[in-house]
Design a protein around this ligand. Structure first.
Ligand code: SAH
Length: 360
């Protein structure tokens, strides 16, 4: 049975065509699913009754089960989703006066093993499929609508996983986010965050125009090798060049994410070194106060240190903001997403593939 959440518009058109139906049926159904949040063909009143009945025998519209729905004192909200195979992933909703951002996951766990990230502790299990990625947005909007709250206006791929290592499925989900018959989000409102997978960045540049964030976290390769092991494969200069190519002439700036770790990457010298490496790429910096998790060896930089670091970057002409910590009372802040799964055996396997370059 075909889950229609798995199909972007071209795939949906093809699916209807193969059933002998007109392409515009695909557009009608996309609107019912993604704009009205409908999961029942009987509710699709602009389709004939026989068509609704035949769809109900051949297809379904099924998102993951919501197994926890937690609200933070600051208004943010975290959903824990259970997938069909028992794996669990998390998404975080962050309302602000002018927008409502949903932070979504692209993989169950993550293979990159960044030393300051709690998702890394979980290891890697598998990629999410298109339906599992888009269903995070679909379900969020259904739950928000039920509460009379405004729908999601911005999506960031900053939850669990490395989106550029699951690019086929991420791109199909992005097509739906940007499709006028689905979520119609502009390129400014969809941001992909990456640890710097260079071939993925190059492909993204060819196939998408969404906003880009790079998790840099260190101004030099020696330190970045320790914080982001992927750096041993793709060095800072190469990653920044790929980001520069991505934003291109007249396009926007790349957001540089920099987690503030006390005594590790937060000195004045490192701020000046960061300003220097960023000269080569149109960028703005987001400083992220480190969010602790059990058994971490890191501590968050003090507020004074973060301000000082920001002032040095600012003085060098770089737009810099400190990301407000949201949802930390429910472990929903950056780097605190964990989800849950059983099989961790593939973690070592995947990491060695990524870092040694033996990927097929
Ligand atoms: N794999 C992608 C997207 C997921 S992480 C990437 O690396 O960009 C989203 C952001 O949260 C990244 O910038 C990541 O480095 C940051 N992050 C991870 N752990 C964190 C922690 N404990 N505290 C603060 N930020 C963290």
């Amino acid at each position: 049975m075909q889950n229609l959440l798995d199909l972007d518009r071209p795939a949906m058109v093809e699916w209807f065509r193969a059933r002998g139906e007109k392409p515009f049926r695909a557009q009608q159904v996309l609107k019912w699913i993604h704009q009205q949040g409908v999961d029942d063909f009987a509710a699709m009143t602009n389709l004939s009754k026989p068509l609704r009945e035949s769809l109900a025998t051949a297809a379904c519209i099924r998102g993951p089960q919501v197994v926890a729905d937690q609200r933070s004192a600051d208004g943010s909200r975290k959903w824990l989703f259970q997938l069909h195979d028992g794996n669990r992933i998390e998404s975080v909703y962050i309302p602000e006066p002018e927008r409502a951002t949903l932070c979504i996951s692209s993989q169950v766990g993550c293979a990159l093993n960044c030393s300051f990230c709690s998702t890394a502790q979980q290891g890697f299990n598998r990629n999410l499929d298109t339906a599992e990625i888009i269903a995070q947005l679909w379900t969020a909007n259904r739950l928000l609508a039920a509460d009379g709250e405004p729908p999601v206006s911005n999506v960031v791929f900053m939850g669990m996983g490395e989106p550029l290592l699951n690019l086929d499925n991420v791109l199909r989900a992005v097509h739906l986010m940007q499709d006028d018959f689905a979520y119609a989000l502009s390129k400014r409102r969809v941001t992909l965050s990456t640890a710097g997978v260079v071939p993925g960045l190059q492909r993204l540049a060819r196939e998408s125009d969404i906003s880009l964030a790079l998790s840099l976290h260190a101004p030099d390769d020696t330190l970045r090798d320790q914080l982001v092991p992927l750096n041993r494969k793709y060095r800072i200069a190469e990653v920044l060049q790929a980001c520069k190519d991505y934003v291109g002439e007249g396009r926007r700036r790349v957001t540089i994410e920099y987690v503030m770790l006390a005594g590790v990457n937060d000195s004045d010298t490192q701020a000046r070194a960061l300003a220097k490496v960023l000269r080569q790429v149109p960028s703005k910096v987001n400083l992220i106060p480190f969010n602790p998790f059990p058994a971490t060896r890191y501590r968050r930089s003090s507020a004074e240190r973060i301000d000082r670091f920001r002032d040095i970057l600012y003085g060098a002409g770089i737009v810099t903001i400190t990301r407000k910590t949201r949802g930390d009372d429910i472990d929903a802040a950056c780097g605190q997403l964990a989800g849950d799964f059983e099989d961790r055996t593939r973690r070592r396997q995947r990491l060695s593939i990524e870092v040694t370059g033996g990927a097929a």
